[in-house]
Design a protein around this ligand. Sequence first.
Ligand SMILES: Nc1ncnc2c1ncn2[C@@H]1O[C@H](COP(=O)(O)OP(=O)(O)OP(=O)(O)O)[C@@H](O)[C@H]1O
Length: 836
Amino acid sequence: MVEDHSASAEFTAAEFAPPEFTGAEHRPDHGAEHGTEHGVEHRTDHGVDRRQDLRPEPDDSRPEPEANFRTEVPPAPEPKPRMDPGDYLSPSLPIPMPEPSAFGYRPAPPQAPYGYRSELERAATDLPAGPSMPTAGTAYFGAAPVVGNYRQPEPGAAWDAADWGTGSAAGSVPNEGEARVDNPSTNQRSSDDGPAADQLPVELPAAEAAEAAEAAAPQQLPEQQHVEQQHVQQHFQEQQVHQHVQEQQLQEQRPQQHQPQQQQPQQHVPQQGVQQQRPAEVAPAVTDLGEGWARVLAGLPPNQRAWLTNSRPVTLHESTAIVAVPDDFTRGQLETRLRPDLERILTESFGRDIRIAVTVDPSLDPELREQQAAQQRPQQQAQQHSQQQVQQHPLQQPALQQPQQPQQAPQPQYQQPVQQQPPPVREPLRTDGAYQPTIQSALTDPDNGTQFNPPQPQYEQPAPQQTFGQPLGSVAPPPGGSNQQATEAQGEARLNPKYTFETFVIGSSNRFAHAAAVAVAEAPGKAYNPQLIYGDSGLGKTHLLHAIGHYVRSLYTGARVRYVSSEEFTNDFINAIRDDKASQFQRRYRDVDVLLIDDIQFLEGKIQTQEEFFHTFNTLHNANKQIVISSDRAPKRLEALEDRLRNRFEWGLITDIQPPDLETRIAILRKKAATERLTAPPEVLEFIASKVQTNIRELEGALIRVTAFASLNRQPVDLSLAEIVLKDLIPEGSKPEVTASMIMGQTASYFGLSIDDLCGSSRSRVLVTARQIAMYLCRELTDLSLPKIGQQFGGRDHTTVMHAERKIRQLMSERRSVFNQVTELTNRIKHQAKQQ
Ligand SMILES: Nc1ncnc2c1ncn2[C@@H]1O[C@H](COP(=O)(O)OP(=O)(O)OP(=O)(O)O)[C@@H](O)[C@H]1O
């Protein structure tokens, strides 16, 4: 429900989901697998080609490229040697793209960085603007008018040069209609033009240096002016010809010919030769990203091209070109300022719509490579020296032939990206084709029963730097570290591998929460911070939190993600105080890039823990680290939480999850059946979905029971069998409350044990099974979280409960005795609950 749009920017999916929000409309043909059933999307792809909706409206105040060209040229410029496009390309020749299979990776999720956001934004812009509804684009995103990576400053508002990366002094965003024009007399460029010539790094390539020097020259000879004017005129005419030809092309609607184009250096002929250049202007469409990228580099003005010097085209997936850049800051520049021009040129080059997705590959940073090389040099020299000694003193060979110490890994440079510097223009790009994309495959094909590929170990990347920036005060694992470290990092994140975006079914009840979660994962700390997801138990909040974690880790090498439930946070905090390990505790929760904190309602009434969480929150938020919170209520209804915390939750984006409708429930069951390889005909799934309406965990439990029963009895799963198994399911609405103590009491008496036995440490077989069954039933029949259940059973860890749940599910389908025990116990417990 909408609580208060103006104050909390909160909204509910159910009310606002526009009717036209159907999967079919939203999903063109991208992605590995996608379907719409009963209006419910089975998302397994990240591909949604709707980024046009997302991209910011072109800023009128920024000159179009051509206008830019004209305004940048001083009225009487000094003659400059025309640069051959080959010069532009030389430092950054695109490499042939490796075949995905050759490197053992699958292509990145098609258009991942846009699809989900576009969904969210489309939803936002489609909403009716009522009197209490702020304008679209800022309505739902809390205080900051942030959409994706793009921060759109308010017209006239002060803006920070760092946001635009020019290093120039802060200015103000021009009001609508105000154009930013370069000032040739002072040689100052408007901030939108990218790195100004005098701010470019010292070691420019020759051509760039010539241009920078030229821009700095105060005087021009009349003769030079004349030559330059000729160039200007010529270029202008060339562009007109180009436009004309393009218009003709459009009119004729000629099918594009996809012929690979040989990269031809452009001829600079005198003005009258423009007509002869026509064939070169009407370049045939390219099919290869390398060629397309070459055209991009040739087509951009130098100041924009400077940002691409260390970039690298990675691969083209359908209509998404993935480009790697050395750092987050450059990524931001590409995604905001350069995007329109890049996409325009690529679209023209390919003859079809092309969008870009930018990923970070720190190994492209020339400084870093230089440092690496410098560190390796002494070792190599020492090695050479040793070898020489060996040759000179053969008698010493035994000593010298000791196995070499493994080469010490270069020390990581965990620096924050340099914020106000244009990208270094120093070294030619690597052309060895050894690049492996940071974006890991996140595609699943549940219909084929294939599992989601968990992110590859983080430190297999050649980069000795964390892509995601430096966690606060952290001691990051060394580069090139072992798989064990990667596994540890994975373990540290504490993410359930089954809870990914691929296994999450989208319906009208959770569409907004899902779209926001994806947006957050794609731009952690930038899109919506914090993000709060609330909804009743068993509706997928935890699933979304874990999915964010997985997705961040697959997109950003080295990103530190930590999932924790509020109860664990509380316990950890108490233990830290008890053991005098406060600083360790703080490091654990503050040295992360993404903190996912589940069931925040459990902090209610815990004053000291709230205080600690408040500081954790502030530290992370101030450092632009992402915080995602889940709660069973809207923040306003967390009355026992301190005001200052609740206020902070409202800074970002609040989304709710509603109980799924019938179609979504059926879709969830289908997905579950596919991933768990359970066979159940559609009518059985529909029957189960109609019986269990408000809790997806119970829904899944019902499916497990039906299929397990069938498997034990060697019967086919059909409607009559499902009816028998689920006959005791109490209709929703009149659901009596089942408590943990009820379950433990019933279980203990059923197995002839005591409650102390269940909570104790004995590991006799009967006891272990009884304990695990009780834990399983607590999970299925109550709303208790994993840690809470663990507490009930003598303070056991939540992972023990997870293990028990899994184990009993498995045993139910393998052993009749276990199935019977669980069924019998369920009936007894429900019977007892009904009578109370
Ligand atoms: N949209 C969905 N698609 C697929 N599975 C879902 C979806 N929503 C929930 N589930 C599944 O339902 C089960 C319960 O979800 P989850 O634990 O995330 O709920 P929750 O809202 O966090 O509940 P609680 O508040 O009790 O912790 C999980 O197995 C999860 O995978």
